[in-house]
Design a protein around this ligand. Sequence first.
Ligand code: ADP
Ligand code: MG
Ligand code: MG
Length: 370
Amino acid sequence: MPDKAEIDFKGIVAGFRFDGEFIDAIPYGFGHINDTYAASFRKNDGTQHRYILQRINTNIFKNPEQLMSNIEKVTNHLKQKLISRGSDYRRQTLNLVYTVTGKSFLRTGDNKYWRAYEFIEGARTYQIVENEEHLYNAGNAFGRFQNLLEDFKADSLYEVIPDFHNTRKRFQAFSEAVKADAFGRAVKVKTEIEFANKRAEETGKIVELLQNGKLPVRVTHNDTKFNNVMIDDETGEGICVVDLDTVMPGSALYDFGDAIRSGTNPADEDERDLSKVCMDLRLFEKYTNGYLDATREVLTDTEVELLPLSAKLMTLECGIRFLTDYLSGDVYFKIHREEHNLDRCRTQFKMVEDMENKWDKMHSIVNLYR
Ligand code: ADP
Ligand code: MG
Ligand code: MG
């Protein structure tokens, strides 16, 4: 986060249609990608309220205008759908605040991009899963997101990160990194390379079904971590999905699979003691239950049947990416110790193995709640 003093908040907030007189803006939340601030205002009647003000990370997102076009389309659709269902759209979707010129973002003189949302009060995101119900509520929130967007034309969205979950291409990149072996590390990770190679065939499964029309193209969120769900302070429900930077066309399975990958391992993503790493079946059941409660009317049979495979493939893909980066000299993922990417790869592969051992049980759970 940049030094707050350097930022001309007065100038920035003047560019948006905010209600009231600006008081201050303070860094907010634990996001790792964008710079997020809570901006407070005093209305004419003396009451105060807040907005979320975010500076988009243009190091990661090279085309913020396309990204904002995606967010604008998706949030507008969510809003209309929620209104038509008589639901509280001010708390159940992000609501953009437009600029004085009617745009969804403000580009400042220093070529930075800012956007603003109405602040969802009385709810918060959590950095860690604290109980099983959190998983039900996260699954239900991401499920409702999918449900509300069922009739949205997903191909009207820009693919902000092309081939993000093209697992086959990720595997090809991995094979090239093994061949190049630019840092002479392949010899140290023979076991891991073999693990990935054994599963090469499977990496194309979802992508191919999507390409030949056997899986529907839907809106995908692509960052379905627990910390992107607003949990209501009173009811504990997952009321709103945030962090829409990576909404793209794709398969609903990407989101389900990645949520299982990131949400069901009770250990850290870089845990060295692999005996602590697993895919906790109880957490899988909770997420699946919440997710299917919101999506069983909209998903196709093929999608439902492939839910366990999606969890395995998204985890395998992630492990392959860590291994690729290890072989290529740690150029993509930041490392904080030697072999950090290798440790990360190993936790993912351990989870894949664990899922394979629990394969029948995963299917029984899906069949129980479908
Ligand atoms: P990042 O991409 O950096 O993770 P997020 O969009 O997830 O950024 O925002 C960071 C945090 O800000 C979220 O985890 C959430 O706690 C909070 N937040 C985002 N949007 C809102 C909102 N409209 N109302 C309240 N809090 C929000
Ligand atoms: Mg986030
Ligand atoms: Mg994000």
